[in-house]
Design a protein around this ligand. Structure first.
Ligand SMILES: Nc1ncnc2c1ncn2[C@@H]1O[C@H](COP(=O)(O)OP(=O)(O)OP(=O)(O)O)[C@@H](O)[C@H]1O
Ligand SMILES: [Mg+2]
Length: 240
């Protein structure tokens, strides 16, 4: 798995924090890691973007960002309004392949959800994943509404012949409500793929050293962690 595409069921679902956890676990397993943020929106020049946040939390890795647009919009719209060149799926493919030649693992973080448009031709992260033949990890929210957006994302991946590696809950609440607890069982069912972890709410605010130690406990062995779905169900009262 040299290239892993990380998407989400929407924006602000915890893709960046999850990407950092995946990177931290891979680094702890002795692998070299690169993080590619295809297009960074809503951040001014010189400000840290998502890739920098991953490096802050996870440790020594290579970061790359193909374009930056100041307005917090879909990259295609933000590029048009800024009068800047858009990022095309082929640009993402070439950058990821170049990084993969020099690293054991390349994590590609999209912007928002899977079908957010990058250019005026309607190119998306899904197009890049298809060209790369890369597996996709879906970050989902914990509570009510996540079953629908997760299933829609999983169906789109499947219709494109893409491999859905699994689902990670981007922010697991301290006091999970009934919907969140039921979703631990139902998410893998609607996704047709395993639940591969859950990041506790607030984990992104941990000191980096603590984040790196704890990350292994949030992700499944498939992602170099020690998290077990069954034990998590028992621990969180999610056997409902
Ligand atoms: N497990 C978590 N611990 C702490 N903060 C979190 C966690 N998950 C999400 N957040 C917070 O929620 C916000 C969104 O998270 P994040 O930046 O990871 O989302 P995203 O899916 O990467 O969004 P985007 O589409 O903008 O890239 C951030 O402010 C982040 O700090
Ligand atoms: Mg992000």
């Amino acid at each position: 798995m040299p290239i892993l595409v990380i998407t989400g069921t929407g924006t602000e679902v915890g893709k960046t924090v999850t990407t950092a956890a995946v990177a931290a676990c891979a680094l702890a397993a002795g692998r070299s890691v690169a993080v590619l943020k295809a297009a960074q929106t809503g951040v001014a020049p010189g400000e840290p973007g998502d890739a920098a946040e991953v490096a802050r939390l996870a440790g020594a890795l290579t970061t790359a960002e193909l374009a930056r647009y100041p307005e917090p919009l879909a990259p295609g719209t933000a590029a048009r309004r800024a009068g800047l060149a858009p990022v095309r799926p082929q640009d993402v493919v070439e950058a990821a392949q170049k990084l993969a030649a020099e690293h054991d693992l390349v994590l590609v973080e999209g912007a928002g959800g899977l079908l957010v448009r990058f250019d005026e031709a309607g190119g998306t992260l899904a197009d890049a994943a298809q060209s790369l033949r890369a597996p996709v990890l879906v970050v989902a929210t914990a509570g009510l509404g996540t079953l629908n957006t997760t299933e829609l994302t999983a169906r789109e991946l499947r219709s494109r012949g893409l491999e859905l590696l699994g689902v990670v809950i981007g922010s697991w609440p301290d006091s999970p409500d009934l919907a969140s607890r039921c979703n631990v069982t139902d998410l893998p069912e609607v996704a047709g793929a395993p639940l591969l972890g859950a990041l506790p709410a607030g984990s992104g605010a941990l000191p980096p050293a603590a984040f790196r130690v704890a990350a292994r406990g949030w992700l499944a062995p498939r992602l170099d962690g020690t998290w077990e779905a069954e034990a998590f169900r028992g621990r969180t009262g999610s056997q409902v």
